[in-house]
Design a protein. Structure first.
Length: 232
């Protein structure tokens, strides 16, 4: 079987596994069966077992990564439809986005330094709290490794979505706007999907905060790279 056939087969298997995984998750809503968790694990196991290289796998599947951009922009539709909520809370949302961006970047880098992780890992962790299209754009300016960035983004999103409800309960956060902002700032796309399950208001706020956090991080990426590494 030539490389092109292998790539097409990998694409078909990826779509099939994801489709079956979603059906399973609708019946049994557990963390392990979440499509963001189970599908990558199965694909990694399959590639390792069959000894298919990453280059062969991604050759005809790269457009799936491209779809992340339009999928992220699609979150803007409910945001536009609920501008009243944004106008009512614009000051607190703006302050929250700036604070969340600074805390996410600084805590990730400083913790990585405390654990004496390599500088490449530090730079990749710096943008882990924003959704993948924004994270990859920011990583180019910060000096992160794209593969590591994508991995850290997925882990951050899944973890935030999994523990978000418990965390909000423990610290007594009950307001929908606050929950949505927390999910959007800390766990981007995965958290926003969870926020929409809680309610329309939570989902709209999460979408807005997710996009604004991504834009702010990309714009500030050169400054972040200079302050965190060039000065040290």
């Amino acid at each position: 079987m030539n490389d092109f056939a292998i790539s097409l087969l990998c694409l078909a298997i990826t779509l099939l596994i994801y489709f079956l995984n979603k059906r399973l998750y609708r019946r049994w809503r557990t963390l392990l069966l979440m499509p963001l968790v189970m599908t990558p694990l199965l694909l990694v196991a399959l590639l390792l077992t069959t000894h298919v290289s990453w280059q062969d796998y991604i050759a005809e599947s790269h457009w799936l990564l491209w779809l992340l951009g339009p999928a992220t922009l699609a979150f803007a539709v409910p945001v536009y439809e609920n501008l009243a909520i944004i106008k009512r809370h614009w000051m607190s949302l703006s302050a929250g986005v700036i604070t969340a961006t600074l805390v996410a970047v600084c805590s990730s880098v400083w913790l990585a330094r405390l654990l004496t992780l390599p500088e490449t890992v530090q730079r990749s962790l710096a943008v882990r709290s924003i959704t993948t299209p924004f994270a990859l754009a920011a990583a180019k300016q910060v000096g992160g490794q794209p593969d590591l960035v994508a991995l850290f983004v997925v882990i951050t999103g899944v973890f935030g979505m999994a523990v978000g409800d418990v965390l909000f309960l423990r610290i007594a956060i009950k307001q929908g706007v606050a929950k949505g902002a927390g999910f959007g700032a800390a766990s981007h796309g995965a958290g926003t999907a969870r926020a929409y399950q809680l309610g329309q208001q939570e989902g709209v706020v999460s979408s807005l905060v997710m996009m604004l956090s991504g834009v702010v991080t990309v714009v500030l990426a050169p400054v972040i790279g200079h302050l965190m590494w060039a000065v040290s």
